[in-house]
Design a protein around this ligand. Structure first.
Ligand code: KIV
Ligand code: ZN
Length: 505
C-alpha cells in the first residue's frame, strides 16, 4: 500500500501564528507527542531566525530518534551553515531551503531576476547537500508563479541534490482544481521529478488548505505539510487531523495510508491547544467538542440504533476518551495515575506527585473530576516555565459599592517574600496592578479570556491572557476554581515567560 509522508510543521509554521509563543520545554513536549502520533517528519523550527529557535531545534534533534527532524532555512550561506549546526545531531536530519519564486515576490520583495533566483536556488541546495543527504526545497508562492518557471527551478534543484520538492500555496490563493493542475503539470513536465518526493504546503486563507492538499495527493503528491489543529501563519495551515482522517475514512477513494496512530490525535490536539493558548472551535472537524455530538432527535435516534447512520468515524479511532466522568474525592494516587495513562500522559514521579496534590485539592472543592479537569491540571504541569517570581498569596475585596482592592504576595528570585497592594477598576485589574508594583516590568495586556473547562457551578475556570512587551507577545494560562486566582496565575505565567526570555537575551 502506498504511503503519504506526514510532515508536521506545528513547531515552525504553527508557531509563526500571531500570539503563539512556546518555550523550549513546551516545544520538546509537543515534539515528543508528535513522535507518539507517528508523524514522519517534524519541522522543529527556523534556527537562523532566533536563538530560541536554534536551541529548540538542537534539543529536539538530540532527543528524538525515530522521526526525521527538519529545520527551515533562508537561501543564504550563513543561514544554511547555522541551520546545519542546529540539526546535525539528529538521527535523521533534514534541511529545508526556501526561496521565493513568483514574479510578485521577485519584483517587490527580493528585487532579483528569475535567472538570479534560479542560480541561488541551485547553489543553496548544493550548499546544504555538502552537509547531508536529505534536502528539501520550496519555491515560495509557487501557486502564484509561472508554472514553466517552477518546472525549471525544480529540475535545477533536483539536479543539485534536493530529495523533496515542496510546492507551497503560501498565501492560500489556489483552488483545488487549479492546485491539482499545478502538481500534475510538475509531474508531467519536470524531467527528473522521479528522483524527488513531491510535497505540498497549503495555507487556509480561503478555507481550502485541506481540499487543496487532498487534491494534490489524488494527483500524485506524496508528502503533506500540515499542522495540529491547523494552526499557522494568518488563517493557518492544512490541518493534520483532517487530512489523516480523510485518507483513513475515505480509503476506498484514495487507496493510500499514513504512519499516523490516529488514536493519538485527540491527545495531540489538546496538548497543542493548551500549550499554544489557541482554543479549538467547537465545530472543528475531527477534534472539536461538537464533532461527535448529535443534537437532533432524528440523528440521536439513528445513532442509538446503529452509529453508522450518522457517524462516519468512530470517536475512539481519534482517541476521544469514552467516559467523561472519572474520579472523585476518594480516588487514590493509583487510580489517578491509571486515568492519566488512559488519557495518554506519562509524567515524571515529581510531576505526578504535584499533579496528584492538585487533584486532591480540586476534589475537595469539586465532587466529580472529569477528563477535562484532569487535562487542565496536567496542562498546569506542562506549562513549564522557570519561575522567577512565584505567586504565593492573592486576596481581593470587591463588590458594587466598594473599591476593588488586591493584596498579593510573591516569592522573589532570591526566595524573599514580597507583598504589595493596589486599587483597580475591577478585581483582576487590581491584582495585576499589585503584581506590577512588585515585578516592575512594563507590558501591555492585549487579551484576557476566561472559560470554564467543564460544566457545573463548581467547574474549573481557565484564564488565558496575552501580554506584549517590546513588540513580543507572551501567553499565560492559569486554572483554578476561583477565577481571580486563575487570572493571577495566568498573569504570573506570562510574566515569568517574559522574564525568562529577557534573561536569555
Ligand atoms: O508558506 C510557505 O511558503 C512556507 C515556506 C517556508 C515553505 O511556509
Ligand atoms: Zn507556510
Amino acid at each position: 500500500m502506498e504511503k503519504v509522508i506526514i510532515f508536521d510543521t506545528t513547531l515552525r509554521d504553527g508557531e509563526q501564528a500571531a500570539g503563539a509563543s512556546l518555550n523550549l520545554q513546551e516545544k520538546l513536549e509537543i515534539a515528543r507527542q508528535l513522535d507518539k502520533l507517528g508523524v514522519d517528519v517534524i519541522e522543529a523550527g527556523f534556527p537562523a531566525s532566533s536563538v530560541g529557535d536554534f536551541e529548540a531545534v538542537r534539543l529536539i534533534a538530540q532527543k528524538l530518534e525515530r522521526p526525521t527532524i527538519c529545520a527551515l532555512t533562508l537561501a543564504n550561506i550563513e543561514a544554511i551553515d547555522r541551520t546545519w549546526e542546529a540539526v546535525k545531531e539528529a538521527e535523521h536530519p533534514r534541511i529545508h531551503v526556501f526561496l521565493s519564486a513568483s514574479d510578485i515576490h521577485l519584483a517587490h520583495q527580493l528585487k532579483k531576476s528569475r535567472d538570479e533566483v534560479l542560480r541561488m536556488s541551485q547553489e543553496m541546495v548544493a550548499r546544504a547537500k555538502n552537509y547531508l543527504d536529505d534536502v528539501e526545497f520550496s519555491p515560495m508562492d509557487a501557486s502564484r508563479a509561472d508554472p514553466a518557471y517552477i518546472y525549471q527551478i525544480l529540475e535545477a534543484v533536483i539536479n543539485a541534490g534536493a530529495t523533496t520538492v515542496n510546492i507551497p500555496d503560501t498565501v492560500g490563493y489556489a483552488t483545488p482544481q487549479e492546485f491539482g493542475g499545478l502538481i500534475q503539470g510538475i509531474l508531467d513536465n519536470v524531467p527528473n521529478i522521479n528522483k524527488a518526493v513531491v510535497s505540498v504546503h497549503c495555507h487556509d486563507d480561503l478555507g481550502l488548505a485541506v481540499a487543496n492538499s487532498l487534491e494534490a495527493i489524488r494527483v500524485g503528491a506524496r508528502q503533506i505539510e500540515c499542522t495540529i489543529n491547523g494552526i499557522g501563519e494568518r488563517a493557518g495551515n492544512a490541518s493534520l487531523e483532517e487530512i489523516v482522517m480523510a485518507l483513513k475514512t475515505r480509503h476506498d477513494f484514495f487507496n493510500l495510508t499514513t504512519n499516523i496512530d490516529t488514536t493519538q490525535i485527540y491527545r495531540t490536539s489538546r496538548l497543542v491547544s493548551e500549550l499554544t493558548g489557541f482554543p479549538v472551535q467547537p465545530n472543528k472537524a475531527i477534534i472539536g467538542a461538537n464533532a461527535f455530538r448529535h443534537q437532533s432527535g432524528i440523528h440521536q435516534d439513528g445513532v442509538l440504533k446503529k452509529s453508522i447512520t450518522y457517524e462516519i468515524m468512530d470517536p475512539k479511532s481519534v482517541g476521544i476518551p469514552s467516559s467523561a466522568l472519572v474520579l472523585g474525592k476518594v480516588s487514590g494516587r493509583h487510580a489517578f495515575k491509571e486515568r492519566l495513562s488512559e488519557l495518554g500522559y506519562t509524567l515524571s514521579e515529581e510531576a505526578l506527585n504535584r499533579a496528584f496534590r492538585g487533584f486532591k485539592e480540586l476534589a475537595d472543592k469539586k465532587k466529580e473530576i472529569t477528563d477535562r479537569d484532569i487535562e487542565s491540571l496536567i496542562a498546569e504541569e506542562l506549562r513549564t516555565v522557570t519561575e522567577v517570581y512565584h505567586l504565593d498569596h492573592v486576596e481581593v475585596s470587591c463588590g458594587d459599592h466598594s473599591l476593588p482592592t488586591a493584596t498579593v504576595r510573591l516569592i522573589g528570585p532570591d526566595g524573599q517574600s514580597l507583598a504589595d497592594a493596589a486599587l483597580g477598576t475591577g478585581p483582576v485589574d487590581a491584582v495585576y496592578k499589585a503584581i506590577n508594583r512588585i515585578v516592575g516590568i512594563p507590558n501591555r495586556l492585549t487579551e484576557f479570556a476566561v472559560k470554564s473547562v467543564s460544566e457545573g457551578i463548581d467547574a474549573i475556570g481557565e484564564v488565558l491572557i496575552r501580554i506584549e512587551s517590546e513588540g513580543v507577545t507572551y501567553t499565560g494560562r492559569g486554572a483554578s476554581t476561583d477565577i481571580i486566582v486563575a487570572g493571577a496565575k495566568a498573569y504570573m505565567n506570562a510574566l515569568n515567560r517574559l522574564l525568562a526570555a529577557k534573561r536569555r537575551g
